[in-house]
Ligand binder design. Structure first.
Ligand code: K1U
Ligand code: ZN
Length: 170
């Protein structure tokens, strides 16, 4: 397994739209294992393939990391098939925007369909943090990031700070 480099904003690769996976095979499963290792190493609760520069529609989540117990779930070709009218606001973070958080309002409940790690078709109803995190990660697969939901002024402040940090590292 390998830890993959996570792309940080601003970077045009975060705006690319990922393409559906046509075959769930061992090659894809190896990539998914690397994504889990990368997510756990970065102490995230989710990761989309776009964030590691890969344009397959794949995301991984583990929102339930208590007492070192792990509950990893992989989602291949995830599609939102229903959203509630009721909304929920959550202070979201993103491994591609390190140390920046912003309140984002999204549907509280969603239903999705996806292929699992074994290539089986699944449906799942999600609420609370699971619904928030799934919507955040599916947005990544569509080239959208959480700061796209906040005011342009706040977004510019965050992007400017990240640009400055990148300049200081180089
Ligand atoms: O970069 C990512 O897409 C992963 C992101 C997922 C996420 C977190 C919170 C709301 C929506 C989506 C993260 O994991 S960022 C790290 C983080 O904020 C966090 C880590 C552990 C517990 C709770 C939040
Ligand atoms: Zn993110």
């Amino acid at each position: 397994m390998a830890i993959l480099p996570i792309i940080t904003a601003p970077d045009p690769r975060l705006k690319l739209i990922a393409k559906p996976v046509d075959k769930v095979d061992d090659n894809l499963r190896r990539f998914i294992d690397d994504m889990f290792e990368t997510m756990y190493d970065a102490e995230g609760i989710g990761l989309a393939a776009t964030q590691v520069g890969d344009l397959r529609r794949v995301l991984v989540l583990d929102i339930d990391q208590k007492n070192n117990a792990r509950n990893p779930i992989a989602f291949i070709n995830p599609e939102i098939i229903w959203t509630s009218e009721e909304m929920n606001t959550y202070a979201e973070g993103c491994l591609s925007f390190p140390e920046h958080y912003a309140d984002v309002k999204r549907p509280k409940l969603i239903k999705i369909k996806f292929l699992d790690y074994d290539g089986n078709q699944q449906e799942l109803e999600a609420d609370e943090l699971l619904a928030t995190c799934l919507q955040h990660e599916i947005d990544h697969l569509n080239g959208k990031v959480f700061v796209d939901y906040i005011s342009p002024v706040k977004r510019d402040i965050i992007i400017r700070k990240l640009k400055k940090e990148k300049r200081n590292i180089l």
